[in-house]
Design a protein around this ligand. Structure first.
Ligand SMILES: *Cc1c(COP(=O)(O)O)cnc(C)c1O
Length: 428
């Protein structure tokens, strides 16, 4: 039987799993176990990269086929009114809102994370006239830094200021700071920020808080409203399983929606797009964050995935995620690797970052390639991180055990030293 579970914030986490048989017992008792059947996973593959591109829900193909063949093919333009196409950004947003801890009317599904970041950063700057700095962590996902740079250039007189870590925020939050942009879970290390405390700190200094949820949406329960967050963005194709290039989402707190102005003032965010007026007047509510026509086929795939999410208890998801990552970290350490991801449950997301203890840090790339050849799929983030995502909807405890076995074997027998693994592909 599994060892005694630990109580963490009201959820039971089975700790110190010691054998494959214990993993099988945990799978048998797993309240999320049924959800695995919702995914079309290739036989024999252990997929530890759902934090980069989520797996395909079985129901997606049929739904997308219906959108293409019936809604588009037969009903043609009538589907904008008949098939929920027009409202798709907000109907999807309201469904997603439960996972984000947001009341309805504050989330829209549209564009990419990068584009939505441009909108909310610029909007936030306009809400703090006289303040000219955007603060971000230097280890943020690069697009966040690039977009902040783009915003600084487009708005003019704006300074992009980097801190190496959120712990430096108290010193960096002068009265010239308009907005702070943070990644909720660090894409490399898996470190999780305390959203409530950091948002409070930002507000105490009169600035606005923008959170990028790309690695936390669908990975853990989020409480945007309760934390008093101002704006948030995130993508649909990682833990949310919306498919490659799925539309992203944007959240704006209801208290801002009356007055906020976003810069990409396209017709789709207009109060009356089909009045074809010459001047821009923003739509009331979250629709004002839209810019142009939404991708209906991509949105349909995300809708199918949300059918699965509608059944997910986020507390159970978090408990399983912490147990899976704990198990993998322990076994990776036994195999001789260093864990970069914080061990404290309240400080990590749903991914594990590992590093070689000795030798060339870049060896991690070849180790991951050799693992992929054994059907254990993770990825590598330069310069030295072997990264593994844990998606409780379709991963079993035995998968994690078997993945750790494969990792141990690769480290012991060293097939990764072969040239075919050390040569880098463009996408790592
Ligand atoms: C994946 C990711 C993005 C992706 O941005 P897109 O514009 O949707 O490609 C942005 N931010 C973070 C933190 C990410 O992890």
């Amino acid at each position: 039987m599994p060892s005694r579970p630990t109580l963490f914030r009201g959820t039971l986490i089975p700790m110190t799993v010691l054998s494959r048989a214990e993993c099988a017992a945990l799978d048998a008792a797993d309240p999320l176990a049924d959800l695995r059947a919702e995914f079309a996973l290739p036989d024999g593959v252990i997929y530890l990269d759902g934090n980069s591109l989520g797996a395909l829900p079985r129901r997606t193909s049929e739904r997308v086929r219906d959108t293409i063949e019936r809604q588009w093919g037969e009903r043609l333009i009538r589907s904008w009114n008949e098939a929920g196409w027009w409202d798709l950004p907000t109907t999807l947003g309201d469904r997603l809102a439960r996972l984000l801890g947001a009341a309805p009317g504050q989330v829209a599904v549209c564009d990419s994370t990068s584009v939505n970041l441009f909108k909310v950063l610029t909007a936030a700057l306009r809400m703090r006239p006289g303040r000219t700095a955007v603060v971000a962590e230097s280890g943020s996902f690069p697009t966040d830094l690039y977009i902040a740079e783009g915003v600084a250039g487009a708005v003019g007189g704006v300074d992009r200021r980097l801190v190496s870590d959120a712990s430096e925020l108290p010193g960096a939050l002068g009265d010239d700071v308009a907005v702070v942009l943070l990644n909720h879970v660090d894409y490399r290390t898996g470190r999780l920020h305390d959203m409530a405390a950091v948002t409070r700190l930002i507000h105490d200094h009169g600035a606005l808080a923008v959170w990028d949820l790309c690695h936390s949406a669908g990975a853990l329960p989020i409480e945007l409203d309760a934390c008093g967050v101002d704006f948030a963005v995130g993508c649909g194709y990682k833990y949310l399983n919306g498919g490659p290039g799925a539309p992203a989402f944007v959240y704006a707190a209801a208290r801002h929606l009356g007055a906020v102005e976003q810069p990409l003032s396209g017709w789709w965010g207009h109060a009356e797009p089909f009045a074809f007026e010459t001047g821009y007047a923003p739509a009331p509510g979250i629709r004002r964050f839209l810019t142009g026509s939404q991708p209906i086929i991509g949105g349909t795939a995300l809708a199918a995935s949300l059918d699965v999410w509608d059944r997910v208890d986020m507390t159970a998801l978090r408990a399983k995620s912490l147990a899976l990552t704990d198990l993998f970290m322990r076994r990776a350490e036994q195999a001789g690797l260093d864990t970069v991801t914080p061990r404290e449950p309240e400080r990590r997301g749903s991914q594990v970052a590992l590093r070689v203890r000795t030798g060339d840090p870049g060896d991690g790339y070849a180790i991951v390639q050799a693992l992929i050849d054994r059907d254990v799929i993770g990825d590598f983030r330069a310069p030295d991180i072997m990264r593994f995502g844990f998606t409780p909807l379709y991963l079993r405890y035995v998968d994690v055990w078997d993945a750790a076995d494969a990792l141990t074997d690769v480290l012991t027998t060293e097939p990764w030293k072969d040239d075919r693994y050390t040569t880098r592909n463009p996408i790592t």
